[in-house]
Design a protein around this ligand. Structure first.
Ligand code: IMP
Ligand code: MG
Length: 178
């Protein structure tokens, strides 16, 4: 299953993941560090990123969704919450892509209410031009234009998440791979 040519190749993604992991390792040294992955989209980025982080950490996950097909409906559903204690920990929320910012803004406020020692956000992709709410992003892999992208965890109707690279999704291409 290949859809189009990669927009970001395996090599570009893996290089960036290592770069981010190095910076994060420095920033979280000797801190009570909790990395929270936002599923499903961040599952691949999260697992690649944490294997390059060289400081002790806890990992946890939450499941949220905000998307109906490829259009954000502005509503955030929390399907499963983390079980870890947030209070007193340095929390890093890890997501695949920030688009309008509505989902991360909601999740950030939810976690801030639990009194973390700090809360930062890391995303692989940032579609900055689409932002509707101003949510602070601390670590960004790639700022990208307003394309709908799939692969490396990102989906269209829950498909293409397993691609090891990222492609721009085109409705026309979709029919040929069904
Ligand atoms: P936001 O709340 O509008 O920032 O939406 C963020 C979520 O929408 C991401 O975590 C993705 O799950 C999804 N999303 C946004 N843009 C894309 C895209 O280009 N491809 C796949 N999913 C996307
Ligand atoms: Mg997501």
């Amino acid at each position: 299953m290949v859809i189009g040519k990669p927009f970001l190749t395996v090599e570009q993604i893996q290089g960036k993941v290592k770069e981010l992991a190095n910076i994060i390792s420095g920033d979280y040294e000797s801190k009570k560090f909790l990395a929270v992955g936002i599923l499903k989209g961040a599952f691949m980025f999260f697992s690649d990123l944490v294997r390059h982080i060289r400081v002790p950490m806890h990992v946890d996950f939450l499941i949220s969704s905000s998307y109906v097909k490829s259009q954000s409906n502005g509503k955030v559903n929390l399907h499963a919450d983390i079980r870890s204690t947030v209070e007193g920990r340095h929390v890093l929320l890890i997501d695949d892509i920030v688009d309008t910012g509505l989902s991360l803004n909601y999740l950030r406020e939810m976690l801030l209410a639990r009194n973390p020692a700090s809360l930062k956000i890391c995303t692989l992709l940032d579609k900055k031009s689409r932002r509707k709410v101003d949510v602070p992003i601390d670590y960004v892999g790639f700022e990208i234009p307003d394309h709908f992208v799939v692969g490396y965890g990102l989906d269209f109707e829950d498909r293409y998440r397993n691609l090891p690279y990222i492609s721009v999704f085109k409705q026309k291409t979709e029919r040929t791979v069904k």
